[in-house]
Write a protein that binds this ligand. Structure first.
Ligand code: UDP
Length: 397
């Protein structure tokens, strides 16, 4: 399986990956996160764990469980860490600790290297039996809500190192080593492989899209941080200047995100009775459908207000799309304004660049090609695995 990447990354890069993996072959490695499907972390682990095994590593992946109350707490942590303020459910810290203990009693933690993804399972460190622990933080912690940050920071300090996605998230108040490793996409997954035009058309048609007319696409969970209301407002402004413009906002549920339904309902309300707005809630693992929407888009939005990285940005850039992204978190790593896409700060900016992209096809084609090259050089899963393995080697000394 791993050999297939040679045609994309070249022989030397692949050889480097195999050599570094050899050094880790005697270690048992565990990834822990909070959902098997939905969202970027699950997306990466679904691809990376089999590839790491193929490289000869002894890797497992476990998902913590919790009730609705627990995931309301962790979502409130997530929002308040990213927004800098927040409201926590009653007894939030007690609920959090209770579920760490339950999960620690169910998940074997006797691995040589444990990588904990995001704050939901962060507290498992209290139950460390052995091994080196790495906290892989995927979210924006540059301006966290102090009560939550202080609570989590005490736990982070017990880890051997921490990984963040962009230099903007680095913390002066954490004493463990911090590594900057942006996430990645898998160019050979069903979501990212080239697919025939007929497949794209069939899928878009099935979801009510007129494939003869221009289409704006945003792929995101229904989450305030992804600004679905702003997406609709931007689309409505742009539509006044582009005949026949359509919008598809495509989302799916994540078991660790209890807010999805509420945000979906608000988005439906904002869309009103505009027949050219398609709000779709697809089942998990709709990778071919997501591929079709990204491939079939005339322009792609990722109008996030807060974003850890935004895998959807690289996914669409890989497909040579012009992506208009919010200037936040890891998006500016991917979008170099005017070269690999456009960065925006508000609804008017997003509308402006939708119109600009659609009215200037030659510039858009060039930007699409630049975008693809930028992802190829920086945001592929092979680079990501190499850097994870380097940190694993570092912590094991
Ligand atoms: N995704 C999906 N179906 C959807 C919405 C999102 O498969 O309906 C995928 C998307 O293609 C990407 C991931 O979920 O791979 C979202 O990752 P991202 O980093 O963009 O955002 P997150 O959800 O982690 O905040």
């Amino acid at each position: 399986m791993i050999e297939k990447y040679e045609k994309i990354i070249g022989e030397d890069e692949l050889y480097g990956l195999v050599k570094i993996a050899e050094k880790l072959k005697d270690f048992s490695i565990l990834h822990v996160n909070s959902t098997r499907a939905g969202g970027g972390v699950a997306e990466i682990l679904n691809r990376m764990v089999p590839l790491m095994r193929d490289l000869g590593l002894n890797v497992d992946w476990k998902v913590i469980r919790g009730d609705n109350e627990f995931f309301r707490v962790t979502k409130s942590f997530h929002n308040s860490l990213q927004n800098g303020y927040g409201e926590l459910p009653p007894n939030a810290f007690e609920t959090y600790e209770k579920w760490q203990e339950i999960n620690a009693s169910e998940i074997p933690l006797d691995y040589d290297i444990i990588m904990i993804h995001d704050p939901q399972p962060l507290g498992l460190i209290k139950f460390r039996k052995k091994g080196k622990w790495i906290f892989r933080c995927h979210i924006d912690i540059s301006n966290p809500y102090a009560p939550v940050w202080e609570f989590l920071k005490k736990k982070i300090e017990n880890y051997d190192s921490m990984i963040i996605s962009t230099p903007a998230f680095a913390r002066d108040d954490v004493s463990i080593p911090q590594f900057i490793i942006p996430p990645s996409i898998d160019p050979l997954s069903i979501k990212n492989q080239p697919i025939p035009e007929i497949t794209v058309k069939r899928i878009l048609y099935k979801y009510g899209i007129d494939t003869e007319r221009p289409l704006v696409v945003q792929i995101s969970r229904f989450d305030y941080a992804k600004d679905p209301i702003g997406v609709i407002k931007s689309f409505k402004l742009a539509k006044e200047h582009i005949d026949g413009l359509q919008l598809a906002y495509v989302g799916s549920p994540a078991t660790d995100d209890p807010e999805g339904e509420e945000v979906y309902e608000k988005t439906v309300k904002e869309a009103g009775d505009d027949k050219d707005i398609h709000l779709l809630m697809l089942p998990p693992y709709s990778d071919l459908e997501i591929n079709a929407f990204q491939t079939g888009a005339s322009v792609v939005l990722q109008k996030s207000i807060k974003e850890g990285f935004g895998l959807t940005v690289s996914e669409a850039m890989w497909k040579k799309k012009v992506v208009i992204g919010g200037r936040t978190g890891g998006i500016p790593l991917q979008i170099i304004h005017g070269i690999t896409g456009y960065l925006v700060d508000n609804i008017e900016g997003a509308a402006h660049y939708i119109i600009h992209t659609l009215k200037n096809p030659e510039i858009s084609q060039k930007i699409g090609e630049n975008a693809h090259d930028h992802v190829k050089n920086n945001f592929l899963i092979t680079r990501h695995m190499r850097e994870y393995m380097s940190v694993m080697l570092y912590v094991t000394g």
